[in-house]
Design a protein around this ligand. Structure first.
Ligand SMILES: Nc1ncnc2c1ncn2[C@@H]1O[C@H](COP(=O)(O)OP(=O)(O)OP(=O)(O)O)[C@@H](O)[C@H]1O
Length: 240
């Protein structure tokens, strides 16, 4: 006689958050204060505002999250992946597949057109290419249009665009292929208040549409109302 077993499936594990950090610290030079960072936990699809004075370590924290630097202590998990488990090449591939990055200088390729800059992540990442529907070029065109880049600018060298337009091209490049997490480092610092708010509405609206989590760094507290979560880095996080 066979015993009946309870065949009810185990409750599904909740999906890992977009980002989780624990006990992070980092020191650039032995004679510099150690930067200690508060723990972060950002659910998928939600938006975090990371604020702090100049020098408080905002850019350093983004550099750790995207794996450009390794932390001295602590853990960084992006989706299911502990970044500390990845060697350099695997880390580069993970970043290309899963992270959209908008840095202060936009890091656009100066000799490429706006359109070619936006499709670039799809050339570097098969996963981003597969998710850029129906194909990278039409997906890039749709994003440039949604981000208000006039169509006659799409084939111009990106350096021929205004700073605000270059910033929106950088946002389109971060959004293409819907990476689960976008990291944005003060991308609005060159803009006036109206244009900052407008840029954030566009960026976060598209991120919401594609269920992309965003970590956005700024020292301007007036932008905070756009976000679900707020974290402030302070001097108290610095230690010798
Ligand atoms: N490449 C580097 N080499 C050495 N020290 C660095 C480097 N980058 C940053 N630091 C130092 O680390 C500390 C934090 O700098 P970080 O740029 O992360 O701050 P931030 O909050 O982003 O500042 P800001 O708002 O001015 O961009 C500062 O004391 C800075 O001098």
């Amino acid at each position: 006689m066979t015993e009946t077993q309870d065949t009810a499936p185990a409750p599904a594990e909740p999906p890992a958050p977009a980002l989780r950090t624990r006990d992070l610290s980092f020191r650039w030079q032995p004679d510099q204060p150690r930067l200690r960072f508060p723990d972060l936990e950002l659910p998928r699809g939600e938006h975090l505002f990371l604020q702090g004075a100049s020098g408080s370590g905002k850019s350093t924290l983004l550099g750790l999250i995207c794996g450009l630097q390794r932390p001295d202590t602590g853990q960084i998990q992006v989706l299911d992946q502990d970044l500390g488990q990845l060697r350099r090449g695997a880390l580069d591939r993970f970043r290309a597949n899963h992270l959209g990055i908008i840095f202060q200088q936009f890091n656009l390729v100066p000799y490429l057109s706006a359109l070619a800059n936006v499709t670039l992540p799809c050339r570097l990442s098969p996963e981003r290419r597969a998710r850029a529907l129906p194909a990278p070029e039409p997906a890039a065109r749709a994003l440039l249009k949604q981000l208000d880049i006039p169509e006659d600018h799409w084939h111009r060298k990106v350096t021929g665009l205004s700073i605000g337009q270059q910033q929106r091209v950088a946002a389109a490049r971060a959004l293409i292929g819907a990476p689960p997490l976008i990291l944005a480092d003060e991308p609005t610092s060159a803009l006036d208040t109206d244009n900052r708010d407008r840029f954030l509405d566009l960026l976060l609206g598209l991120a919401r549409e594609h269920r992309i989590a965003v970590v956005f760094v700024s020292h301007d507290p007036s932008l905070g109302h756009h976000f679900h979560h707020h974290v402030r880095l302070g001097r108290s996080h610095h230690e010798r």
